[in-house]
Design a protein around this ligand. Structure first.
Ligand SMILES: Cc1cc2nc3c(=O)[nH]c(=O)nc-3n(C[C@H](O)[C@H](O)[C@H](O)COP(=O)(O)O)c2cc1C
Length: 175
């Protein structure tokens, strides 16, 4: 399926994930570029939108959108992308490297609530969601420690074990 990976990443984990997905699919990839990339403004819900993508989103059968979750929210750069390109997106998969674990996905800051929000925006165009909690690469006693997962970023050295297994299963579904 003709696919493009579109991502936003501040600290690199979602960029790493996006690159891995694009490389497995040998497909195009593009970063979302906010007009003003100011994290503290995003957290205050002040956002000036994104620059137009270089790729024509509408020609792809599928967009794989990759990006983080902050404060239990669908973050402004991703939200702007979806709002701007909603009519052109044919099918979308949403993937996040986030802090919330699978066990806590439906709690206030959990990725499950964000997935529901994306579903409300995208309707049937959203065909698949997948979270890769960063705790998957941490030892058991640090998996839910915010101090530990905030400091941890995905890279070739730690992308092994459970996260790599889950990634392979995800890629089977996507392929
Ligand atoms: C200010 C802040 C708030 C966050 N809030 C959440 C949250 O509510 N839920 C969650 O699952 N992860 C949360 N996270 C964790 C990020 O989603 C996680 O660190 C992500 O991997 C960062 O992606 P990046 O490296 O691509 O920027 C938060 C991170 C930051 C910095």
């Amino acid at each position: 399926m003709n696919t493009i990976v579109v991502y936003y990443s501040r600290k690199g984990s979602n960029k790493f994930l996006a690159e891995k997905i694009a490389s497995h699919l040998s497909c195009e990839m593009e970063a979302i570029r906010p007009r003003v990339d100011a994290f503290f403004l995003f957290l205050m819900k002040v956002h000036f939108g994104i620059r137009p993508l270089k790729h024509p989103v509408g020609v792809y059968e599928r967009v794989i959108l990759v990006g983080p979750i902050w404060m239990g929210r669908f973050v402004p750069p991703l939200r702007s992308f979806v709002n701007k390109y909603l009519n052109q997106i044919n099918r979308m998969v949403f993937v996040t490297c986030c802090g919330s674990t699978y066990a806590r996905k439906d709690e206030k800051f959990g990725h499950g609530l964000v997935f529901e929000e994306v579903k409300r925006i995208m309707g049937d165009k959203l065909v698949l969601t997948q979270a890769f909690p960063v705790g998957l690469v941490l030892p058991d006693d640090q998996k839910e420690d915010p101090g530990a997962f905030m400091k941890t970023h995905l890279n070739d050295g730690n992308f092994k074990g459970e996260i790599a297994d889950r990634f392979d299963k995800f890629m089977d579904k996507v392929a």
